[in-house]
Ligand binder design. Sequence first.
Ligand SMILES: *Cc1c(COP(=O)(O)O)cnc(C)c1O
Length: 427
Amino acid sequence: MSKQGIGTKCVQAGYTPGNGEPRQIPIIQSTTFKYDTSEHMGKLFDLEESGYFYTRLQNPTNDYVAAKIAALEGGTAAMLTSSGQAANFYAVFNIATCGDHVVASSTIYGGTYNLFHVTMRKMGVDFTFVSPDCTEEELNAAFKPNTKAVFGETIANPALTVLDIEKFAKAAHAHGVPLIVDNTFATPVNCRPIQWGADIVTHSTTKYMDGHGAGVGGAIVDSGKFDWMAHADKFPGLTTPDDSYHGVTYAEKFGLGGAFITKCTAQLMRDFGSIQSPQNAFILNLGLESLHVRMPRHCENGLAVAKFLKDHPKISFVIYPGLEGDKYHSLAEKYMPNGTCGVVSFGFKGGRSAAETFMKHLRLGAIETHVADARTCCLHPASATHRQMNDQELVAAGITPDLVRMSCGLEDAADLIADIAQALEKV
Ligand SMILES: *Cc1c(COP(=O)(O)O)cnc(C)c1O
């Protein structure tokens, strides 16, 4: 299976019907599952046998789709969550709890920054944010004795910085902790962070994976490579008995390949219940079936728009890692040789008000809190997703008040450029 191309995996991985079974993934629209004996049920509750018992924890439809995403990323196990937010929260909280510390890139999605900087701090998890451009020395200096993970985004939303995955993985591993990479913008079609040393990969499947603005969702993939037992003192949740499951020790019972996702499902999904609905998992799978066909078109449109804007007299800067001359172009070429994503960020010589005028006059590009949709859309982060940040924090996150984030859809590039040109005339 692993030798197959990414396109074949997009279409077929995760679900193989038997003789006479449905060709398309069945939607198991059932909260619960029936068993013949209480003894069998008891074994499920002790994690002695695998099987479904309640859709707050697991559902077969979700697991088919999660298995596809695991195959796409080259991981050993995966789970779906109700949103990307839930995926990042679970991925971090599965190993970093009260009294622990995490090193994170400063250029991350605004919602993730809020989750870490505000909400998880209230839960007693401490974060140090480092520039993705930091030197190895600066990165190593951010670690503390209680550091449990490192976090970054392959292509940051909306700053569009490219994470030097090898640099971050090297520092994480030197300190005996895993690297968690949010691979939402690149998707496994353009980058597979596990190949470069990432241990855990997360997704907001709401974006390119769904690709049609139809369903909010998230995913967590485990590479199966991080040796929890080799750092047993750092990760007691995985390496010591769990009293809530009759003393099971996840790293022993489920091994490298299964411990992280099993614990995350058995504890966090059980207790927080941020499960994706089987209906949404089905819709997500429809998106995944064409992900490898759609991503090149998103990238083609993104590059065409970036090139057009770069030479426009009213535009002060363009950020697009696929564009030659971009600060992150060489990292993009290394990690994403086939293309980056369809999102382009740019600024206006006329400042914040010019950005707002421009957006108001777009006809194809709608103003939305969304990216990675088949339809082109745009957003002004300083007044939307990042409005909780002060100016200093905005700059650290790579955002200026005049920055517009445009997510190029699957329309014809010529029509997108014509729309942008007419809106720029109004500025
Ligand atoms: C949107 C997004 C998230 C949050 O995902 P939701 O599905 O909206 O909860 C996390 N990370 C990145 C990079 C995103 O773009």
